[in-house]
Ligand binder design. Structure first.
Ligand SMILES: Nc1ncnc2c1ncn2[C@@H]1O[C@H](COP(=O)(O)OP(=O)(O)OP(=O)(O)O)[C@@H](O)[C@H]1O
Ligand SMILES: [Mg+2]
Length: 246
């Protein structure tokens, strides 16, 4: 299978009057088409920076990054435009790119995510979870090949989170999108991903990689994944690799 993302010896620092923040140190990894890779690591270690590099928003100081396909990015903060309705937020990307939108498709997505009633509402009228769903739809509507999700479910309540995880997983699988999911939730990483990268604290590099194979009898969904006997073993391994006392 072809590599869609390749990092070779990537280093990144930020500079300010207070000095240098050395964020990423020698990051090396490849991601193939259709993979779902979860990234976990201590707060502030550079996970969002990694997605910013993949999206091309920022450039590495050293090393090379190769990306072979179109990238869609759902930011950690939802960045909804307060003066545009839900519908106008979702169609922002196509509008900028001067692509015609399929309104029927958008209505189906709105329906699916329980947002139909709010199509012409403004972001300030939405709950945190609804805002996050709008941000996700805005990313999906451009049909990217590579999906970058920065803590996409973090402001959802527990039950909504479990159902939205299943929905998104289904979309990702059906459309064979390559996905990088940044999360603080170890169970979410195991339930969604086929590979989990654990990062060290700053300057961050890859500390451990886990290939997730859950031996499920039925076809995998994030919900069913939690029933696998191996789930708890992966949880313990990743917990240990994260080593909060380090
Ligand atoms: N544009 C920037 N300018 C200066 N420093 C930055 C910039 N972006 C990130 N940093 C610094 O780089 C480090 C990594 O930030 P980043 O947001 O990538 O961490 P993170 O792993 O996503 O954290 P969290 O888990 O809290 O979301 C932090 O110390 C942050 O202050
Ligand atoms: Mg972050």
């Amino acid at each position: 299978m072809e590599n869609e993302i390749e990092f070779k010896n990537v280093c990144k620092s930020f500079y300010s009057l207070k000095g240098e923040t050395h964020v990423l140190q020698n990051m090396n990894f490849t991601i193939k088409k259709g993979e779902i890779v979860a990234i976990v690591g201590p707060s502030g270690c550079g996970k969002s920076t990694l997605l910013n590099l993949i999206s091309g928003l920022i450039k590495p100081d050293q090393g090379t990054i190769q990306i072979s396909k179109k990238v869609g990015y759902m930011f950690q903060k939802d960045n909804l435009l307060e003066w545009r309705t839900v519908y106008k937020n979702i169609t922002l990307g196509p509008e900028i790119k001067k692509i015609k939108v399929d309104n029927k498709h958008i209505d189906t997505l709105l329906e699916k995510y329980g947002l139909s009633e709010f199509k012409f509402h403004y972001p300030k009228e939405l709950s945190g979870g609804m805002r996050q769903r709008v941000a996700l739809l805005r990313t999906l509507v451009l049909d990217p090949d590579i999906l970058l999700l920065d803590e996409p479910f973090s402001s959802l309540d527990y039950q909504t989170k479990i159902t939205v995880q299943d929905d998104i997983y289904k979309i990702i699988k059906e459309t064979q999108k390559t996905t990088i999911l940044v999360t603080h939730d170890i169970t979410e990483a195991i339930a969604m991903a086929n590979r989990v990268l654990v990062l060290t604290k700053r300057p961050s590099t890859i500390k451990a990689v886990f290939d997730i194979q859950l031996d499920l009898k039925e076809e995998k969904t994030p919900f069913l994944a939690r029933n696998s006997a191996k789930f708890k073993d992966y949880f313990n391994l990743i917990w240990e690799a994260l080593d909060i006392h380090e």
